[in-house]
Design a protein around this ligand. Structure first.
Ligand SMILES: Nc1ncnc2c1ncn2[C@@H]1O[C@H](COP(=O)(O)OP(=O)(O)O)[C@@H](O)[C@H]1O
Ligand SMILES: [Mg+2]
Length: 311
């Protein structure tokens, strides 16, 4: 089975609201696939339909080869889930939480202790095994949820906003564990996020979702290529010399456009064009600052929706 998740025209209505609209995706075995979109885009609703917690309104979906409408039990046995909100038992210890979950998932009692040791080791929580969960930090709780999600050896894990609310350092640690589950444990991962850096850092492929619809899909590099060539150079000038600068850029084969009070150039090999620009401007136009960046997924979102994802 090559496709771990496949949906066709997936749709969810809540009364008049269409929360998920005509979503068709294929997630292959071994991939980290992401849904990137702002709050309210329909990410959690999609996950909840795929994990069979929410009935679908129209379309179809299969997970691990089973139909979401017909085989919920089979799907639930084949997947691990990390929900957007923490669902650990605060009054139990780390180990007890895992044991409890193993029993809920019909693991053989004899298999549970070894599995618990192993997953605790993977997420670096062995020394917290006997700590009450209510005493763990936010990052440790998330690591415990990651450990729990693959205790019963599923082939596929759903993670709804796995790092939301965590500080940058903890976020990096969670990214390492997610990569480890994918690369070393061979798990397929479907995750949602509203952090473009996270989608960029973790996903082999992703879909950008807005108002329930997929607006673009591809690898991070393919998505960035969709908005135009190469690099972006932002320039600010000391004086009102935009026209003179634009003429110089034109001689070098580049088009300068106004962008948030500065001038922006799209070009290939930006790092090689900067010295050319500096030389051509010398004695004619005074450059105050010059910045080079590659397009980000935020630029992709703006390109397709006309607004920033942060708004
Ligand atoms: N149970 C529900 N009843 C009514 N509306 C809902 C329900 N769950 C989600 N919604 C609405 O559906 C839209 C998508 O929500 P959601 O999937 O949670 O977005 P995301 O996870 O991308 O932030 C939002 O407008 C939200 O208010
Ligand atoms: Mg959500």
């Amino acid at each position: 089975m090559d496709a771990m998740i496949e949906t066709k025209g997936l749709r969810k209505e809540f009364g008049d609201l269409v929360a998920v609209n005509d979503v068709s995706i294929t997630v292959k075995k071994g991939e980290v696939f992401g849904f990137l979109g702002p709050n309210g885009a329909g990410k959690s609703t999609t996950i909840n339909m795929l994990i069979t917690m929410l009935p679908i309104t129209a379309g179809s979906g299969s997970v691990a080869g089973w139909d979401v409408a017909k085989d919920p039990d089979r799907i639930r046995a084949s997947i691990g889930v990390i929900m957007q909100t923490n669902s650990l038992e605060p009054e139990l210890t780390t180990r007890e939480n895992l044991e409890y979950y193993g029993r809920l998932n019909h693991m053989g009692p004899a298999d549970i202790p070894d599995a618990v040791c192993e997953v605790l080791n993977v997420v670096g929580l062995t020394n917290k095994a006997d700590e009450l969960v209510k005493n763990l930090s936010g990052g440790m709780k998330r690591r415990l949820e990651i450990a729990r999600s693959f205790l019963h050896r599923p082939g596929l894990i759903f993670m709804d906003e796995p790092t939301t609310g965590l500080d940058p350092q903890t976020k990096q640690a969670i990214w390492r564990y997610i990569r480890h589950l994918n690369k070393d444990q061979g798990l397929t991962i479907f995750l949602t996020t509203h952090y473009m850096e996270e989608a960029d850092a973790l996903c082999d492929r992703l879909a950008i979702i807005d108002h329930g619809r997929i607006i673009a899909e591809g690898t991070p590099a393919e998505l960035k290529d969709m908005i135009g060539e190469g690099d972006i150079i932002d320039i600010s000038l000391d004086n009102e010399e935009d026209d003179r600068f634009a003429a110089i850029a034109k001689e070098l084969g580049m088009t300068a456009r106004s962008h948030e009070g500065r001038l922006r150039l799209h070009t290939d090999r930006g790092e090689e064009r900067i010295p050319d620009l500096m030389a051509a401007c010398a004695g004619k136009v005074h450059i105050r600052s010059i910045a080079l960046h590659e397009p980000t997924l935020e630029d992709v979102f703006i390109h397709f929706t006309g607004r920033s994802m942060r708004e």
